[in-house]
Design a protein around this ligand. Structure first.
Ligand code: KG4
Ligand code: ZN
Length: 347
């Protein structure tokens, strides 16, 4: 029929999520429900996501999330057309928990099963939120990922380049840790940076002068550590202004690198003369207002529409998985009980 309703499941990192998305051909898709249960408090004491704890929490919470997603959408499983599930990449225990539950539901109901690549979920989000037309340019920038993608179809992604070491979110988190700020580091560094001087510390812009779209963020963190230690040695500790200046200088360096590489990726993309040029971002780091503003500026200069979806759809969620499922379903793709969890699965 011309209406497709899909239940999506996501459990590849530290968010357990279930969502229902409905799409009537020719209409904008509708997110009927999107439930996300975070696990931050479970991992807090360990300073990072503990895979074993994450997997157990997913197993405990996934079916509750599914029930809640169905309740909120006022649907029963018999009104759903297929189950889409993140089959990778991610932490194997969590991905397995999702794939097993999806297989269980598929076996019990006879519904088709569709495996979705988590990165494809992020990359297809601007189609869910704004109906972006192919081909568009995407910058996926989160705690685990940083890459430019040319998106030409629901299974047609070209990776133009990306980080060769840390993801920017990881760099924000490590910076927060170095400066004694709470996790997740992105939001706390952004708040501090508001009252800081971004020009005080000359932090490196790694690979900025190299051709291509690759980036590096681990050197930035080392440089920051050096500046911090110099101040601590001199003054016996960090003054409030030192900390805010360090945060502002760090954030400016990340924004500069992302903006300059985006400018170049946009030049290549615009060279293809897309009919409706779009530059879209996704991932937790795209919540950062300084970074967003820098990206929006280069996008406007290149003549592309800039799309930054609402944050709840930029960070991990199952609506993006359900939507990617709808796109694959419409393209005729079906998986069966042989669907495997793939901890590594490049686009
Ligand atoms: O997409 P996400 O929720 O999860 C994955 O990594 O897949 O991204 C989380 C990352 C964390 O590293 C967090 O510090 C960063 O996004 N983040 C931010 C901001 N909000 C979240 N980074 C910079 N500025 C922010 N406002
Ligand atoms: Zn993600």
């Amino acid at each position: 029929s011309d209406t497709v309703t899909i239940l999506g499941l996501e459990s590849s990192c530290d968010d357990t999520a279930a969502a229902i998305v409905r799409h009537r051909a020719g209409q904008p898709p509708e997110i009927l429900s999107s439930i996300v249960a975070g696990q931050a408090e479970l991992h807090e004491a360990f300073g990072g996501v503990v895979p074993e704890i994450a997997a157990r929490a997913h197993t405990e919470k996934l079916d509750l999330c599914v029930e809640e997603a169905l309740d909120e959408a006022r649907l029963s499983l018999s009104e759903v057309d297929a189950i889409a599930v993140t089959a990778g990449p991610g932490l194997i225990g969590g991905v397995l928990a999702g794939v097993m539950l999806a297989k269980g539901i598929a076996a019990g109901t006879g519904l088709p099963l569709i495996g979705v690549n988590h990165l494809a979920g992020h990359a297809l989000t601007p189609r869910l939120t704004d109906g972006a037309a192919y081909p568009y340019l995407m910058l996926l920038v989160s705690g685990g990922h940083c890459q430019f993608l040319l998106v030409e179809g629901e299974e047609d992604f070209t990776r133009l380049g990306g980080t060769i070491d840390d993801a920017p979110g990881e760099a924000f988190d490590k910076t927060a840790k170095l400066l004694g700020l709470p996790q997740p580091g992105g939001p706390s560094v952004e708040v501090e940076a508001k009252s800081g001087n971004p020009a005080r510390f000359k932090l490196p812009r790694p690979l900025l002068d190299r051709p291509g779209y690759n980036m590096s963020f681990s050197g930035l963190k080392t440089a920051l550590l050096r500046e911090r230690d110099k101040l601590v040695e001199r003054d016996g500790g960090l003054h409030v202004q030192d900390r805010t200046d360090l945060c502002a200088s760090f954030q400016a360096a990340v924004a500069d690198v992302l903006a300059e590489k985006s400018r170049r990726a946009l030049a290549e993309y615009m060279g293809r003369k897309p009919a409706q040029p779009v530059f879209a971002v996704a991932g937790g780091v795209s919540a950062n207002m300084t970074i967003r503003a820098a990206l929006e500026t280069v996008s406007a200069a290149a003549g592309a529409q800039f799309l930054a979806p609402p944050l709840r759809l930029c960070t991990d969620n199952a609506a993006m998985i359900a939507w990617a499922g709808i796109e694959r379903f419409r393209a005729g793709h079906r998986d069966d009980m042989s669907l495997m969890a793939r901890p590594r699965w490049p686009l």
